[in-house]
Write a protein that binds this ligand. Structure first.
Ligand code: FMN
Length: 189
C-alpha cells in the first residue's frame, strides 16, 4: 500500500484536497492508497515526548508511523509555508524511526503554493529524504497558485492533471522495478 501524506495541520487545507485528488488518480490506475492527514494527528501531545523513545507517544501518531514503515512508497503533498515545509510536517518526520521509516523507501513529492508551486519545500524535503537514504523519485509536480487551480476537488489546468497522472503511473512502475530486484524498504528491512 502506498501512503499519501497531506503535509500540513491546517484545517480545510488545499493540501488535503490535493491529496484526495491524487488518491483518486491512483484509484483510476487500480492502485490503493491511504491518506495520512496531519490535521487529524495529535501533534501537540507528540511535542511533549521530546524525542524520547521511552515516552508514551499519542496512539494516532504511533499508528501513522507504523503505516509509513509498512508502506511500499510515500507520496508527500507539501504546501509552501514561509519558503519551506510546514513545521508540523517536519515535527512529524522528526519522530519517524531511522532507518525503518526512511531507508530504501521510495518517495515522491507534490508541491503546492503561490507562484512557485511549492518548489522550495519540495527541494528541502528531497534533501531530508536523500540524507536519510530514501529513494527520491525525480519526477516532481508543482501546483502553482493553488487557490485558482484547485477548486471543489477539481483541477482546472489539464497540463497539471497530466503531470500528476504521469507521476502516479511512473512512481508505481518505479516501486515495482525496485521490488522486482528486492531493493526496496519492504524487501531490505
Ligand atoms: C503560514 C503560511 C505561510 C505561507 N507561506 C507561503 C510562502 O512562503 N510562499 C507561498 O507561495 N505560499 C505561502 N503560503 C500559502 C500556501 O502555500 C498555500 O495556501 C498552499 O499551498 C496551500 O496550503 P494549505 O494546504 O495550508 O491550504 C503560506 C500559507 C500559510 C498558512
Amino acid at each position: 500500500m502506498k501512503v499519501i501524506i497531506s503535509g500540513t495541520d491546517r484545517a480545510h487545507s488545499k493540501s488535503l484536497e490535493l491529496a484526495k485528488y491524487i488518491q483518486s488518480l491512483y484509484k483510476e490506475f487500480g492502485e490503493e492508497t491511504t491518506i495520512i492527514d496531519l490535521a487529524q494527528l495529535d501533534l501537540s501531545s507528540l511535542m511533549n515526548c521530546h524525542y524520547n523513545k521511552q515516552a508514551e507517544r499519542p496512539d494516532d501518531v504511533v499508528k501513522a508511523i507504523e503505516m509509513i514503515n509498512e508502506s511500499e512508497g510515500l507520496i508527500v503533498v507539501c504546501p509552501e509555508y514561509n519558503g519551506s515545509m510546514p513545521g508540523a510536517l517536519k515535527l512529524f518526520i522528526d519522530y519517524w524511526s531511522y532507518p525503518q521509516s526512511f531507508e530504501f523507501r521510495p518517495v515522491c513529492f507534490v508541491g503546492l503554493g503561490g507562484r512557485w508551486g511549492g518548489l522550495r519545500p519540495v527541494e528541502h524535503l528531497q534533501g531530508v529524504f536523500g540524507y536519510r537514504n530514501s529513494y527520491v523519485f525525480p519526477q516532481r509536480v508543482f501546483v502553482s497558485n493553488v487557490w485558482d487551480l484547485l477548486k471543489d476537488g477539481k483541477i482546472s489546468d489539464s497540463f497539471v492533471v497530466e503531470l500528476l497522472q504521469d507521476q502516479a503511473k511512473n512512481f508505481t512502475k518505479f516501486i515495482k522495478a525496485l521490488r522486482s530486484q528486492n531493493l526496496d524498504a519492504l524487501s531490505v528491512n
